[in-house]
Design a binder for this molecule. Structure first.
Ligand SMILES: [Zn+2]
Length: 322
């Protein structure tokens, strides 16, 4: 008990430090070697703090977080990065903190930077763990995502990258397993950012890796494939898990209150206001104009690029469900 409390307060200190650093860096993209400096969250859990800017040749597509857990029987990686070469760099960065090999790779989602590194790890003997729903969406978008990322980063940076999904995906919505003394719970709640998005709960570590269910520091994005209502349901499920540390899909690791401020409150606000607009026969343009500038969310980076788009897509999503 004492040990766990000590670990948590140390972790909280790390998180605070990272948040401070993050605020200072908010305007700058970070190069891949800086992104791949492992940040320790608990005795066993680390993460790579992805750039909060767009995918660029500087960050090599690592504008998302990737995590890893050092168990007694090998390292479990949480998402595999945007391609073959970055995967090799991730493996090198993991090797800077432990001699253990990477034995498992978990995929939380289906966007390029969550899984296009799978091929490298599979070649190096790791097992890929993903829910069937996640793997299906990966397959559906593989060609488009790989093509777009290659156009952004260039052929050379993406050389060797083949879209490889988990050979034996899990046909369930909840997958609980133990590796080297660490409990893992891979959980699907609802379609969120993309269909089949899942979260990873590490109950002994008091950590949840949320994948794209949570964004902090930066404005989340609602895509044509997103389900904003499902995303909010998934966020509520995260609150039930009540972890001490939240590792979002994008933005620095933090506590639940910050995750609520930057993601949960925002989703609630947008969904509530758009529903009210639809109830009043408001047009899409009028709804967007009415809630174009909520002051409570303007601290989020990329606010100008995303907020109106998010309202727009939420309107279309909710209207289609009427
Ligand atoms: Zn993402």
């Amino acid at each position: 008990m004492h040990r766990r409390l000590a670990a948590l307060s140390a972790a909280a200190a790390v998180v605070l430090l990272v948040l401070t650093t993050a605020a200072a860096q908010a305007d700058a993209d970070r190069p891949i070697d800086e992104i791949l400096e492992p940040i320790q969250l608990t005795d066993r859990v680390y993460y790579f703090y992805g750039s909060i800017e767009a995918r660029t040749p500087v960050n090599l597509g690592m504008n998302n977080n990737v995590g890893f857990v050092v168990t007694d029987a090998g390292v479990v990686l949480i998402d595999s990065g945007p391609g073959y070469q970055v995967a090799a760099m991730i493996a090198e960065a993991v090797a800077s903190v432990t001699d253990q090999p990477i034995t498992h790779v978990i995929n939380l989602g289906s966007q390029d930077h969550r899984w296009l590194g799978n091929g490298w790890f599979l070649e190096h003997g790791a097992e890929i763990i993903a829910l069937q729903r996640t793997a299906e969406t990966q397959e559906r978008f593989a060609a488009t995502h790989l093509d777009r990322l290659t156009r952004t980063l260039g052929e050379e940076a993406m050389a060797g990258t083949e879209p490889v999904t988990a050979p034996d995906p899990v046909g369930a919505d909840r997958h609980t397993f133990e590796i080297g003394g660490v409990q893992f719970e891979l959980i699907f709640v609802a379609n969120a950012h993309f269909p089949g998005d899942s979260m990873l709960h590490l109950p002994n570590e008091d950590v949840v890796f949320t994948g794209d269910v949570v964004y902090t520091e930066r404005m989340l994005g609602i895509h044509p494939q997103s389900d904003p209502v499902g995303k909010l349901e998934s966020f509520r499920r995260l609150e039930e898990l009540d972890p001490g540390i939240v590792v979002p899909g994008h933005g620095a690791a933090t506590d639940l209150a910050t995750a609520r401020r930057d993601t949960g409150d925002y989703l609630e606000f947008v969904i509530h206001e758009v529903r009210a607009g639809l109830d009043d026969w408001e047009t899409l343009d009028d709804t967007v104009a009415r809630i174009a500038e909520p002051p409570q969310f303007q601290h989020l980076r990329h606010y100008d690029d995303w907020h109106r788009v998010n309202v727009n897509r939420t309107y279309l999503f909710l209207e289609a469900a009427l």
